[in-house]
Design a protein around this ligand. Structure first.
Ligand code: ADP
Ligand code: MG
Length: 249
Protein backbone atom coordinates (compact mmCIF):
# COMPACT_ATOMS: atom_id res chain seq x y z
CA UNK A 1 0.00 0.00 0.00
CA UNK A 2 1.25 3.46 -0.80
CA UNK A 3 2.34 5.52 2.17
CA UNK A 4 0.06 8.37 1.14
CA UNK A 5 -3.12 6.38 1.47
CA UNK A 6 -2.93 6.17 5.24
CA UNK A 7 -3.22 9.83 6.02
CA UNK A 8 -6.93 10.00 5.24
CA UNK A 9 -7.73 6.52 6.39
CA UNK A 10 -9.66 7.69 9.39
CA UNK A 11 -12.81 6.22 10.86
CA UNK A 12 -15.83 6.25 8.59
CA UNK A 13 -17.51 9.62 8.64
CA UNK A 14 -21.08 10.04 9.77
CA UNK A 15 -23.46 12.18 7.79
CA UNK A 16 -22.52 15.80 8.18
CA UNK A 17 -19.71 15.08 10.62
CA UNK A 18 -17.15 16.94 8.58
CA UNK A 19 -19.43 19.09 6.49
CA UNK A 20 -20.14 22.11 8.68
CA UNK A 21 -23.52 23.66 9.23
CA UNK A 22 -23.72 26.01 6.27
CA UNK A 23 -27.41 26.83 6.63
CA UNK A 24 -26.84 30.54 7.21
CA UNK A 25 -24.20 30.92 4.51
CA UNK A 26 -24.62 33.02 1.40
CA UNK A 27 -26.11 31.30 -1.66
CA UNK A 28 -23.29 30.65 -4.12
CA UNK A 29 -25.15 29.02 -6.98
CA UNK A 30 -28.80 29.24 -7.95
CA UNK A 31 -30.46 27.24 -10.70
CA UNK A 32 -34.00 28.22 -11.64
CA UNK A 33 -36.28 26.10 -13.75
CA UNK A 34 -33.54 24.45 -15.74
CA UNK A 35 -34.46 21.83 -18.27
CA UNK A 36 -32.47 20.00 -20.90
CA UNK A 37 -33.72 18.32 -24.02
CA UNK A 38 -31.45 16.43 -26.41
CA UNK A 39 -32.24 15.89 -30.04
CA UNK A 40 -31.46 12.34 -31.09
CA UNK A 41 -32.17 10.27 -34.19
CA UNK A 42 -35.21 8.91 -32.31
CA UNK A 43 -36.50 12.41 -31.61
CA UNK A 44 -36.33 14.68 -28.58
CA UNK A 45 -35.47 13.30 -25.16
CA UNK A 46 -36.21 15.43 -22.17
CA UNK A 47 -33.59 14.68 -19.52
CA UNK A 48 -34.08 17.48 -16.98
CA UNK A 49 -37.51 18.97 -16.28
CA UNK A 50 -37.52 22.28 -14.46
CA UNK A 51 -34.86 21.93 -11.78
CA UNK A 52 -34.53 24.52 -9.00
CA UNK A 53 -31.48 24.29 -6.78
CA UNK A 54 -29.55 26.49 -4.40
CA UNK A 55 -26.07 25.69 -3.21
CA UNK A 56 -24.63 27.61 -0.28
CA UNK A 57 -21.01 28.57 0.24
CA UNK A 58 -19.03 25.81 1.90
CA UNK A 59 -21.77 23.23 1.48
CA UNK A 60 -21.08 19.67 0.39
CA UNK A 61 -24.03 18.40 -1.63
CA UNK A 62 -24.43 15.05 -3.33
CA UNK A 63 -26.65 13.95 -6.17
CA UNK A 64 -27.52 10.29 -6.58
CA UNK A 65 -29.66 8.60 -9.19
CA UNK A 66 -29.76 5.74 -11.65
CA UNK A 67 -27.32 5.61 -14.52
CA UNK A 68 -28.75 7.76 -17.32
CA UNK A 69 -30.86 9.86 -14.92
CA UNK A 70 -29.04 13.02 -16.01
CA UNK A 71 -26.53 13.64 -13.20
CA UNK A 72 -23.62 14.45 -15.51
CA UNK A 73 -25.88 16.59 -17.70
CA UNK A 74 -26.93 18.59 -14.63
CA UNK A 75 -23.34 19.11 -13.49
CA UNK A 76 -22.35 20.31 -16.98
CA UNK A 77 -25.18 22.86 -16.94
CA UNK A 78 -24.41 24.11 -13.44
CA UNK A 79 -20.74 24.52 -14.27
CA UNK A 80 -21.31 26.23 -17.60
CA UNK A 81 -19.81 23.40 -19.66
CA UNK A 82 -23.17 23.15 -21.45
CA UNK A 83 -26.27 25.34 -21.72
CA UNK A 84 -29.79 24.52 -20.51
CA UNK A 85 -32.68 24.38 -22.98
CA UNK A 86 -34.65 26.50 -20.51
CA UNK A 87 -33.97 28.19 -17.20
CA UNK A 88 -31.01 30.04 -15.71
CA UNK A 89 -27.90 29.30 -13.69
CA UNK A 90 -26.43 32.18 -11.73
CA UNK A 91 -23.59 32.74 -9.32
CA UNK A 92 -24.64 35.82 -7.34
CA UNK A 93 -25.22 38.56 -9.90
CA UNK A 94 -23.50 36.60 -12.66
CA UNK A 95 -25.81 34.74 -15.00
CA UNK A 96 -24.04 32.02 -16.99
CA UNK A 97 -26.45 32.13 -19.94
CA UNK A 98 -25.75 35.77 -20.63
CA UNK A 99 -21.97 35.29 -20.85
CA UNK A 100 -20.05 34.95 -24.10
CA UNK A 101 -18.13 31.66 -24.50
CA UNK A 102 -14.91 33.55 -23.86
CA UNK A 103 -16.19 35.11 -20.65
CA UNK A 104 -17.63 31.77 -19.57
CA UNK A 105 -14.29 30.01 -20.08
CA UNK A 106 -12.60 32.65 -17.95
CA UNK A 107 -15.35 32.39 -15.32
CA UNK A 108 -14.86 28.61 -15.14
CA UNK A 109 -11.10 28.92 -14.91
CA UNK A 110 -11.36 31.27 -11.93
CA UNK A 111 -14.38 29.92 -10.05
CA UNK A 112 -14.86 26.27 -10.85
CA UNK A 113 -12.89 23.06 -10.40
CA UNK A 114 -13.93 19.78 -12.00
CA UNK A 115 -13.11 16.19 -11.05
CA UNK A 116 -14.29 13.48 -13.44
CA UNK A 117 -14.50 9.70 -13.14
CA UNK A 118 -11.47 9.41 -15.39
CA UNK A 119 -8.62 11.65 -14.39
CA UNK A 120 -7.98 13.23 -17.83
CA UNK A 121 -4.42 14.07 -16.82
CA UNK A 122 -2.06 14.82 -19.68
CA UNK A 123 0.12 11.73 -20.04
CA UNK A 124 3.22 13.53 -21.34
CA UNK A 125 3.40 15.84 -18.33
CA UNK A 126 4.39 15.25 -14.71
CA UNK A 127 1.90 15.44 -11.85
CA UNK A 128 3.31 18.88 -10.99
CA UNK A 129 2.96 20.15 -14.58
CA UNK A 130 -0.59 18.83 -14.81
CA UNK A 131 -1.56 20.72 -11.65
CA UNK A 132 0.23 23.87 -12.89
CA UNK A 133 -1.81 23.88 -16.11
CA UNK A 134 -4.95 25.77 -14.93
CA UNK A 135 -2.71 28.38 -13.30
CA UNK A 136 -0.68 28.91 -16.46
CA UNK A 137 -3.96 29.26 -18.39
CA UNK A 138 -5.08 31.92 -15.90
CA UNK A 139 -1.90 33.88 -16.55
CA UNK A 140 0.24 33.02 -13.52
CA UNK A 141 4.00 32.89 -14.00
CA UNK A 142 5.72 29.51 -14.20
CA UNK A 143 7.37 30.11 -10.85
CA UNK A 144 4.13 31.03 -9.07
CA UNK A 145 2.28 28.15 -10.73
CA UNK A 146 4.94 25.68 -9.72
CA UNK A 147 4.93 26.83 -6.08
CA UNK A 148 1.15 26.72 -5.76
CA UNK A 149 0.95 23.34 -7.52
CA UNK A 150 3.64 21.90 -5.26
CA UNK A 151 1.82 23.12 -2.14
CA UNK A 152 -1.47 21.59 -3.13
CA UNK A 153 0.17 18.30 -4.13
CA UNK A 154 1.74 18.25 -0.70
CA UNK A 155 -1.72 18.75 0.82
CA UNK A 156 -3.09 15.69 -1.01
CA UNK A 157 -0.03 13.77 0.18
CA UNK A 158 1.72 13.45 -3.17
CA UNK A 159 4.92 15.36 -2.37
CA UNK A 160 6.96 12.29 -3.28
CA UNK A 161 5.20 11.90 -6.63
CA UNK A 162 5.37 15.39 -8.14
CA UNK A 163 7.74 14.48 -10.95
CA UNK A 164 5.93 11.25 -11.90
CA UNK A 165 3.89 11.08 -15.07
CA UNK A 166 0.29 9.87 -14.66
CA UNK A 167 1.16 6.45 -16.11
CA UNK A 168 3.53 5.84 -13.19
CA UNK A 169 0.89 6.57 -10.55
CA UNK A 170 -1.76 4.27 -9.03
CA UNK A 171 -5.46 4.92 -9.75
CA UNK A 172 -5.93 6.52 -6.34
CA UNK A 173 -2.89 8.74 -6.83
CA UNK A 174 -4.07 9.80 -10.28
CA UNK A 175 -7.41 10.91 -8.80
CA UNK A 176 -5.60 12.79 -6.03
CA UNK A 177 -3.65 14.67 -8.72
CA UNK A 178 -7.01 15.43 -10.38
CA UNK A 179 -8.29 16.71 -7.02
CA UNK A 180 -5.18 18.91 -6.67
CA UNK A 181 -5.67 20.22 -10.22
CA UNK A 182 -9.32 21.07 -9.43
CA UNK A 183 -8.33 22.94 -6.26
CA UNK A 184 -5.15 24.72 -7.25
CA UNK A 185 -6.90 27.81 -8.61
CA UNK A 186 -8.70 28.18 -5.27
CA UNK A 187 -12.12 27.87 -6.93
CA UNK A 188 -15.41 28.73 -5.25
CA UNK A 189 -16.93 25.36 -6.13
CA UNK A 190 -15.71 21.94 -7.18
CA UNK A 191 -17.96 19.69 -9.24
CA UNK A 192 -17.11 16.01 -8.92
CA UNK A 193 -18.74 13.58 -11.36
CA UNK A 194 -18.42 9.99 -10.07
CA UNK A 195 -14.94 10.82 -8.73
CA UNK A 196 -14.39 7.36 -7.26
CA UNK A 197 -16.32 5.41 -9.89
CA UNK A 198 -13.15 3.84 -11.19
CA UNK A 199 -11.48 2.99 -7.87
CA UNK A 200 -11.59 -0.04 -5.60
CA UNK A 201 -13.54 0.32 -2.36
CA UNK A 202 -10.68 1.16 -0.03
CA UNK A 203 -9.04 3.64 -2.40
CA UNK A 204 -12.47 5.18 -3.01
CA UNK A 205 -13.01 5.66 0.73
CA UNK A 206 -9.63 7.37 1.05
CA UNK A 207 -10.52 9.75 -1.77
CA UNK A 208 -13.89 10.52 -0.15
CA UNK A 209 -12.26 11.33 3.16
CA UNK A 210 -9.75 13.56 1.40
CA UNK A 211 -12.58 15.49 -0.26
CA UNK A 212 -14.50 15.86 3.02
CA UNK A 213 -11.31 16.98 4.78
CA UNK A 214 -10.66 19.58 2.09
CA UNK A 215 -14.25 20.81 2.31
CA UNK A 216 -13.81 21.28 6.03
CA UNK A 217 -10.34 22.81 6.03
CA UNK A 218 -10.69 25.16 3.04
CA UNK A 219 -14.45 25.77 3.00
CA UNK A 220 -14.58 25.06 -0.73
CA UNK A 221 -18.07 24.10 -1.88
CA UNK A 222 -18.54 20.64 -3.37
CA UNK A 223 -21.27 19.27 -5.62
CA UNK A 224 -20.80 15.57 -6.16
CA UNK A 225 -22.65 13.19 -8.46
CA UNK A 226 -22.12 9.65 -7.29
CA UNK A 227 -23.35 6.08 -7.24
CA UNK A 228 -21.47 5.55 -4.02
CA UNK A 229 -23.81 5.68 -1.03
CA UNK A 230 -20.97 6.17 1.45
CA UNK A 231 -19.76 9.23 -0.44
CA UNK A 232 -23.33 10.55 -0.80
CA UNK A 233 -23.84 10.17 2.95
CA UNK A 234 -20.84 12.38 3.74
CA UNK A 235 -22.62 15.36 2.24
CA UNK A 236 -24.73 17.75 4.23
CA UNK A 237 -27.51 17.41 1.68
CA UNK A 238 -28.31 14.62 -0.75
CA UNK A 239 -30.69 14.88 -3.67
CA UNK A 240 -31.96 12.06 -5.82
CA UNK A 241 -32.36 12.85 -9.49
CA UNK A 242 -35.21 10.91 -11.06
CA UNK A 243 -37.73 11.63 -13.81
CA UNK A 244 -35.77 14.80 -14.56
CA UNK A 245 -36.31 16.31 -11.11
CA UNK A 246 -34.39 16.62 -7.86
CA UNK A 247 -35.80 15.19 -4.66
CA UNK A 248 -34.20 16.05 -1.33
CA UNK A 249 -33.46 12.85 0.60
N1 ADP B 1 -25.16 15.08 -25.97
C1 ADP B 1 -26.15 14.20 -25.82
N2 ADP B 1 -26.98 13.89 -26.84
C2 ADP B 1 -28.00 13.02 -26.66
N3 ADP B 1 -28.26 12.38 -25.52
C3 ADP B 1 -27.48 12.63 -24.46
C4 ADP B 1 -26.37 13.55 -24.56
N4 ADP B 1 -25.76 13.60 -23.34
C5 ADP B 1 -26.44 12.75 -22.53
N5 ADP B 1 -27.47 12.19 -23.20
C6 ADP B 1 -28.44 11.25 -22.63
O1 ADP B 1 -29.01 11.85 -21.50
C7 ADP B 1 -29.25 10.86 -20.49
C8 ADP B 1 -28.61 11.28 -19.21
O2 ADP B 1 -27.19 11.14 -19.32
P1 ADP B 1 -26.20 11.50 -18.15
O3 ADP B 1 -26.39 12.91 -17.76
O4 ADP B 1 -24.84 11.11 -18.62
O5 ADP B 1 -26.73 10.55 -16.98
P2 ADP B 1 -25.98 10.06 -15.65
O6 ADP B 1 -24.77 10.91 -15.46
O7 ADP B 1 -27.01 10.24 -14.56
O8 ADP B 1 -25.65 8.62 -15.85
C9 ADP B 1 -28.78 9.54 -21.04
O9 ADP B 1 -29.87 8.87 -21.59
C10 ADP B 1 -27.82 9.96 -22.13
O10 ADP B 1 -27.77 9.01 -23.15
MG1 MG C 1 -22.77 10.46 -15.36
Amino acid sequence: MESGDNKYNRKALNKGELAGNTQGNEVLLKASGISKTFLTSEGEIKILRGIDLEIRMGEMTSIVGASGAGKSTLLYLLSGLDHPTDGTVSYGPENLSSMSEKKLARFRNINIGFIFQFHYLLSEFSALENVMMPLLISGKSKKQASELAYNILEKVDLKERVSHRPGKLSGGEQQRVAVARALVTNPRIVFADEPSGNLDERTADNLHELMAEINKSTGVTFLIATHNQRLANMAEKTYELSSGQLHLQ
